[in-house]
Design a protein around this ligand. Structure first.
Ligand code: PLP
Length: 477
């Protein structure tokens, strides 16, 4: 495969640039003037073939099973894309006066209401563009919350099973991370929490269920310990697919949560977005949310929607209202499923994960052997001939599956984190388990086949370190 620039030959063009048919005033601002712009010169069919060929080397949920733990790579119904493409949504300019954009404001208000209901929070901002961005917004709010109380606190506690964005967020906000250990059962070690929490603690960031797919059975006690210390509890809501419609984090006592709309609420993700990571907070933190939020007013039974600016807001975190079309898709998805459907999705996600876990644990080591939520973690410690998680992941590609998340969470050596999601059939789950069992067999009888996989991919086994350090997109020259 070569780049489109290498396919370029002089004098060929896929488009015809028309001659200027108005007087040339010569008034292009100096800074916008270009002597020469290098564009590939290729015909239309060459452009089409180039990009179709590239797309066929790619893998996505629309092509096969994608059990990438923590990422919730579930199928997103295509109707939601269609709705997001409605002219009234996609063609609307964000500067249009409020009287012309009531429908879109109503949709965003409605989505905020759904998210409040699902999470048990009191107020929502739709602005953050990703989960990590929701975290940043939330921790900035913790910062101003304590500033307003004139308390100086500097440390945020994070379990050792946390996603990397949690410590990154804490550091970005100028706080210090305090790591809390996991217990032998895979939940938070309460003794370690008690030993480390003190008057300098801003709060705790917790993913529940955590990245081992375990719902923390001590969650009420944990939240009480943190609150008794005057600190706040952040819920990393990336795993909401396991318990939406079943348990509300606000009822458990969490002070805030971000939602990954691109994981839980039907936006395809990967390849850099766009995503959306709304933040929900309790009443006492609502005044700090990014400006503006949307409010509903009722005049004689007729609703209208307005923007509300709080003087204590942390400010804006994203232009306008966030990634609007992602919000449309989430709204359509929630409306489509309804309350019962949302709950069913979570229940089936959990059922699918437990089904696979019980099949695979006969063949692979399961470090935390207990009922899981929507994902579970196995490892490579029972493999023979030094076959590693990396080898298994590469061999799965030959069988047409995307690999699970590997080597994460960090507390499990050689981890493989498997998340089937609710949208996969029993046949698909069985096929994946059969292949995993087959790879285990291959590693005994035909180890080279596993260790040098993949064989069927356009790119064979690469030197991953070199590929990361010296990125060269022109392969097979
Ligand atoms: C995906 C994920 C995040 C970060 O969300 P992004 O939308 O990728 O920024 C944070 N925590 C957990 C547990 C996640 O799985």
């Amino acid at each position: 495969m070569i780049t489109i620039f290498e396919k370029s030959k002089g004098g060929v063009s896929a488009i015809e640039i028309l001659k200027l048919d108005v007087p040339d005033t010569g008034r292009i601002p100096k800074e916008l003037e270009r002597d020469f712009l290098e564009l590939p010169e290729v015909s239309e069919i060459e452009v089409i073939r180039h990009y179709i060929q590239l797309s066929r080397r790619n893998f996505g949920v629309d092509l096969g099973f994608y059990p990438l733990g923590s990422c919730t790579m579930k199928y997103s119904p295509k109707i939601n894309e269609e709705i997001a493409n409605f002219e009234g949504f996609s063609g609307l300019h964000p500067y249009v006066p409020l009287s012309f954009s009531q429908g879109s404001l109503k949709l965003m208000y409605g989505l905020s209401s759904f998210l409040k209901e699902i999470s048990g929070m009191d107020a929502v901002s739709l602005q953050p563009a990703a989960g990590a961005h929701g975290e940043l917004t939330g921790i900035m709010i913790m910062k101003v919350y304590f500033e307003k109380k004139q308390e100086k606190r500097t440390k945020i506690m994070i379990p050792d099973s946390a996603h990397g964005t949690n410590p990154a967020t804490v550091t970005m906000c100028g706080f210090t991370c305090m790591q809390v250990k996991s217990s032998s059962k895979g939940s938070l070690d309460i003794d370690d929490l008690k030993a480390k929490i003190d008057s300098d603690t801003v709060g705790l960031m917790l993913t529940n269920p955590n990245t081992l797919g375990i719902f923390d059975e001590n969650i009420l006690e944990i939240i009480k310990i943190v609150h008794d210390n005057g600190s706040l509890v952040y819920c990393d809501g990336a795993n909401l697919n396991a318990n939406m419609g079943i348990v509300r984090v606000g009822d458990l006592g969490f002070d805030m949560i971000h939602f990954n709309l691109h994981k839980t609420f039907s936006t395809p993700h990967g390849c850099g977005g766009p995503g959306s990571g709304p933040l929900g907070v309790k009443e006492y933190l609502a005044e700090f949310l990014p400006n503006p939020t949307i409010i509903e007013e009722k005049n004689g039974g007729r609703e209208s929607y307005k923007l509300d600016y709080s003087k204590n807001s942390i400010g804006k975190v994203k232009a306008f209202y966030g990634n609007f079309t992602v919000l449309v898709k989430a709204y359509a998805y929630i409306m489509g499923l309804g309350a019962e459907g949302i709950k069913n999705a979570a229940e089936n996600a959990v059922l699918n994960a437990n089904y696979m876990m019980s099949k695979l644990k006969k063949h692979y080591n399961l470090p935390y052997d207990r009922i899981c939520q929507h994902e579970f973690v196995i490892d490579d410690s029972r493999m023979e001939n030094n076959v590693t998680t990396n080898d298994i992941a590469k061999r799965l590609l030959d069988y047409g599956f995307h690999a699970p998340t590997v080597y994460f969470p960090l507390i499990v050596k050689g981890a493989m984190m498997i998340e089937p999601t609710e949208t996969e059939s029993k046949e698909t789950l069985d096929r994946f388990c059969d292949v995993m069992i087959k790879i285990k067999e291959e590693s005994k009888t035909d180890q080279d086949k596993v260790k040098n996989a993949p064989w069927k991919m356009p790119v064979k086994r690469v030197d991953a370190v070199k590929a990361a350090r010296e990125l060269d997109v022109v392969f097979n020259k």
